[in-house]
Design a protein around this ligand. Structure first.
Ligand SMILES: [Zn+2]
Length: 241
């Protein structure tokens, strides 16, 4: 279901024209925009990095390996999922892998920066793209899977994002997260990348827990998956509602 960004009315219809207040979100550079005031600049990332990323992702071991992990997690934990939303989709490299591996999955991608969406739209063939602030997700009980891959550490209010993700998921759906791990690995690269933090496993676990998720290892029904990811360290967490 959609949530009107203007009056917060919940409605279920194909277009974004709110039946309660008549508001329709504007279109910005060809994409629906839910937070146009943030589309050009935000302190969590430097949008100038997008063209550089777009050139190196497909050949880089780190991005390729991360895609393999994400695709594994979807196959393993969400075999019946019908739709997927990626938050902070950047240049669309992850969604490109998901489109290819899950042709029947209905995909959406959101990004706060319009410049990321422009590059993503060149890569993707069937994904719906929109400009959005992850702290205000205009959906309720809509998605089977939501992914945020190396996104949370760019957002000061990561707890707000997790709460919004929880609300936007359907019962039985799940979240797949990758984040940089271990504060002791902090380096100038984290400063350069505008990270607010690197995570301890316990910190992420507590934040996910506080958002309403409940961790249940080994439960394959109604699971939520959180992957803690550092360049050489990966942990998969299975979490149920
Ligand atoms: Zn409205």
């Amino acid at each position: 279901m959609k949530i009107c960004p203007q009056c917060h009315h919940h409605f279920n219809q194909p277009n974004w024209h709110c039946p309660a207040c008549g508001y329709t979100p504007p279109s910005l550079e060809g994409h629906l925009s839910f937070a146009p005031q943030l589309a050009a600049a935000s302190k969590g990332f430097d949008a100038l990095a997008f063209p550089i990323l777009a050139k190196l992702e497909a050949k880089n071991f780190w991005f390729r390996s991360r895609n393999h992990l994400i695709i594994y997690a979807i196959k393993r934990y969400f075999p019946r999922a019908k739709n997927f939303l990626e938050i902070g989709c950047g240049t669309g490299f992850v969604l490109q892998g998901i489109e290819k591996n899950f042709p029947h999955l209905s995909c959406s991608g959101s990004e706060i920066f319009s410049s990321g969406l422009e590059l993503a739209s060149q890569r993707l063939s069937k994904t719906t793209l929109f400009q959005m602030d992850a702290r205000q997700i205009p959906f309720i009980e809509e998605f089977d899977i939501i992914g945020a891959f190396d996104v949370l550490e760019h957002i000061e209010q990561d707890w707000d994002v997790l709460r919004q993700v929880y609300q936007a998921l359907q019962m039985g759906g799940g979240i797949i997260l990758t984040v940089p791990q271990h504060p002791w690995l902090w380096s100038p690269v984290d400063d350069y990348a505008h990270h607010f933090r690197r995570y301890r496993a316990k910190e992420l676990q507590t934040k996910v827990d506080n958002a309403g998720f409940r961790i249940m290892r080994g439960c394959l029904k109604r699971v939520r998956v959180v992957a803690n990811y550092a360049s050489r360290l990966t942990m998969i967490r299975i979490i149920a509602m």
